[in-house]
Design a protein around this ligand. Structure first.
Ligand SMILES: NC(=O)c1ccc[n+]([C@@H]2O[C@H](COP(=O)([O-])OP(=O)(O)OC[C@H]3O[C@@H](n4cnc5c(N)ncnc54)[C@H](OP(=O)(O)O)[C@@H]3O)[C@@H](O)[C@H]2O)c1
Length: 187
């Protein structure tokens, strides 16, 4: 299986690239890191990335920025960051990438605990994560050619074991699940 990981150089990306790399061929991507350069916030950049690649079975996204801070001082720019980068960026990844992925391939997006169990100062994360979860459940029903779409929703990375994180990604790329939000360590 050929697995494309966008955000492979990040905290979560480094772990899953290493662990999934024990079983599968990995292609890494990021804005300024990885084998392929791509910026999720630019549809043209996403198209360019996929047009350079062939035979991708699984596309995993572990990238996307969102605003962390209090709601009363949240600016339009802060709000745009959460929506444009993490939410719209991942939606565009699927809407563009589904024409390139192999039959019966899979997308695995990333959201996070703050979409389900927000705490103070998490409005920016809550709106992007909640949107990604809703998008996943809805769009999964309309994926073409047997392609599946799931999202991993982790708690804080420092509370998560490598085994649990890896298991979540294997569930998505190897299993038959579709439209699922895979929650990892919400403690
Ligand atoms: N860390 C946690 O505790 C945690 C918990 C729950 C959810 N999450 C979510 O998981 C995702 C990854 O978190 P992380 O902590 O691993 O982040 P991170 O360490 O900042 O890594 C993010 C990675 O994504 C790439 N990236 C960022 N923006 C991009 C863009 N627009 N286009 C393409 N690549 C981009 C970065 O590389 P370049 O700079 O080279 O582009 C980097 O390799 C985030 O969406 C975060 O909200 C994280």
């Amino acid at each position: 299986m050929k697995v494309l990981i966008i955000g492979a150089a990040g905290n979560i990306g480094r772990i899953i690239s290493r662990e999934l790399g024990k079983k599968y061929e990995i292609i890494t991507a990021g804005r300024n890191s990885g084998e392929i350069r791509a910026d999720l916030s630019s549809p043209a950049s996403i198209t360019e990335m996929f047009s350079k690649l062939q035979n991708i079975d699984a596309c995993i996204c572990v990238a996307g920025q969102s605003y962390l801070g209090d709601f009363p001082s949240m600016t339009q720019e802060d709000m745009q960051l959460s929506i444009q980068d993490k939410l719209i960026g991942q939606i565009n990844l699927v809407s563009i990438g589904m024409d390139y992925l192999n039959d019966n391939g899979s997308f695995t997006l990333i959201s996070g605990k703050m979409g389900d169990q927000p705490s103070k100062f998490s409005v920016g994360k809550a709106i992007s994560n909640g949107g990604i979860n809703s998008f996943t459940r809805a769009a999964a029903m309309e994926m073409p050619r047997g392609i599946r779409l799931n999202t991993v929703s982790p708690g804080k990375i420092s509370d998560i074991t490598i085994e649990d994180l890896t298991h979540a990604y294997l569930q998505s790329i190897e299993g038959q699940i579709n439209g699922e939000i895979i929650k990892v360590n919400y403690n």
